[in-house]
Design a protein. Structure first.
Length: 129
């Protein structure tokens, strides 16, 4: 049994299968989930687990070379904006509709219980060397 890191076996296994360039969408409870990508749904109740908790846990285990979010987050969700800016100084912003389209090409979707709007980010996996 693991004693640290991500304990959820479905999520830990999905992360182990990712490679350089793969996309991982970390999303709020309201984001439409496209057909295609593997989905690990962590949502339990509204707000649990939060977008911040899940994103921080994923970033502790993944190498990320880029991140994309909806430009609407700036006006609608100050907390998510601050979190994304802190983690990704070179964050790419696109319209929310385009983010939804791109999410269909993600390899993995991790759904949180976040109940605030536009708490979504599409991560692009990097390589550790």
């Amino acid at each position: 049994m693991k004693k640290a890191g991500i304990l959820n076996r479905h999520l830990a296994g999905a992360l182990a299968e990712l490679g350089h360039g793969d996309g991982v969408l970390v999303c709020d409870a309201g984001m439409p989930i496209p057909d295609g990508p593997r989905v690990v749904d962590l949502a339990f109740r509204a707000g649990v687990p939060s977008f911040a908790e899940v994103l921080d846990g994923l970033l502790a285990e993944l190498v990320v070379e880029g991140a994309t979010a909806a430009e609407e987050v700036r006006a609608a969700n100050a907390e998510a904006t601050a979190l994304l800016d802190a983690h990704f100084p070179e964050l790419t912003l696109i319209p929310h509709e385009e983010l939804k389209e791109r999410s269909a090409r993600a390899r993995l979707v991790v759904r949180t219980g976040e109940a605030r709007p536009y708490a979504n980010v599409l991560l692009r996996c990097g390589v550790f060397f």
